[in-house]
Ligand binder design. Structure first.
Ligand SMILES: NC(=O)c1ccc[n+]([C@@H]2O[C@H](COP(=O)([O-])OP(=O)(O)OC[C@H]3O[C@@H](n4cnc5c(N)ncnc54)[C@H](OP(=O)(O)O)[C@@H]3O)[C@@H](O)[C@H]2O)c1
Length: 298
């Protein structure tokens, strides 16, 4: 089966590599062609535009930064939606807000294209090891069609419900991810200021019942203050913005998440957007040492 894939970033490039391992013929496009070089060497076919991908496949995946990127690639000039055959299937794995997923489902339906929102839990390592969890919104028959492809890239599939329900569950998860990371960073900074070494704090807090298990995977980054991106901080801020849009649409107040979202925005303004989102620790630490210098002077 020929599969189209658009978006060769941290996640998409690894997902494509796993589809290749399972023998799928893949046609790929990425805004920046350089990022596709290794996959092309490994047999993926390059298309010059998303539209050209669409003319050759029955299923097309997107793994893109945000709604703007998806709009460009799907509906922009040379976008793929106008070029897919009737009854083809579009699976969007990007993290976006549920009403945007429903809007894309409608755009697809207007062109007789089937749609699934299928965002993933798991980061760079899980994408590499085909251990992603797909949270899917859409028609059960379409989920069934994609099952072997999800299996090639992931370890678990949750069919949550109708269009927009996959992205709904994903946003609930990323609300926890973003706020937990920021709270943990603050706990480390406070503990150190109170005289406990970072080594001891990490030893006691990681694995403690109050700490989210994923934080153990950030230990080395925190120890070395080396924040090479697994999940770029700018996309965490974007995801919390997606959460804010979704919460606004259903009339839910998210005061804690909203405050944390703005902390990530400030970190982006300090140039940390392309670092891993755990670099929020470095941003907060910098802020607290500035405050401590000022209070010592006073
Ligand atoms: N990394 C993670 O741990 C993780 C985990 C779960 C979900 N996600 C979600 O997965 C998606 C991709 O994340 P990632 O980590 O792979 O990010 P990434 O490495 O930054 O890749 C982003 C992709 O989007 C493309 N893109 C960005 N803006 C574009 C535009 N205006 N027009 C066309 N293409 C555009 C990029 O193209 P270029 O290469 O040309 O920049 C690249 O292919 C995001 O929605 C993210 O929230 C990420």
């Amino acid at each position: 089966m020929k599969v189209g894939f658009i978006g060769m970033g941290i996640m998409g490039s690894r997902m494509v590599a796993n589809l290749q391992k399972h023998g799928y013929e893949i046609i790929i496009f990425n805004r920046t062609q350089d990022k596709a070089t290794a996959l092309i060497t490994n047999g993926a076919l390059w298309a010059d535009t998303p539209g050209v991908v669409a003319t050759q496949v029955e299923i097309i995946f997107t793994m893109l930064a945000n709604p703007e990127a998806i709009m460009n690639v799907a509906l922009g000039e040379n976008g793929f939606l106008n070029h897919l055959a009737s009854n083809a299937l579009w699976v969007d794995c990007s993290t976006v807000n549920p009403s945007f997923s429903r809007q894309m489902a409608k755009e697809a339906q207007n062109k007789h294209i089937r749609f699934l929102d299928a965002p993933v839990a798991g980061s760079k390592n899980q994408a590499e090891k085909a251990e992603l969890v797909f949270m899917v919104g859409g028609n059960a028959t379409d989920v069934e069609t994609c099952q072997p492809l999800f299996k090639a890239m992931g370890s678990r599939l949750v069919h949550v419900g109708e269009h927009g329900m996959g992205t709904s569950l994903k946003l609930a998860i990323n609300l926890l991810l973003g706020t937990s990371m920021a709270a943990f960073a603050e706990a480390l900074i406070l503990g150190e200021a109170l005289g406990i070494s970072q080594e001891r704090l990490l030893k006691v807090l990681l694995g403690a019942p109050v700490t989210a298990p994923f934080l153990a995977t950030k230990k080395e980054k925190l120890e070395l203050a080396d924040y090479q991106a697994e999940f770029p901080l700018q996309w965490m801020q974007k995801d919390l913005h997606m959460v804010a849009i979704a919460a606004h649409e259903v009339g839910v107040a998210i005061p804690v998440t909203s405050a944390v979202k703005e902390v990530y925005r400030l970190a982006i303004q300090q140039g940390l957007g392309e670092q891993d989102f755990s670099a929020i620790h470095s941003f907060l630490k910098q802020g607290s040492s500035n405050v401590s210098r000022i209070s010592h002077k006073a």
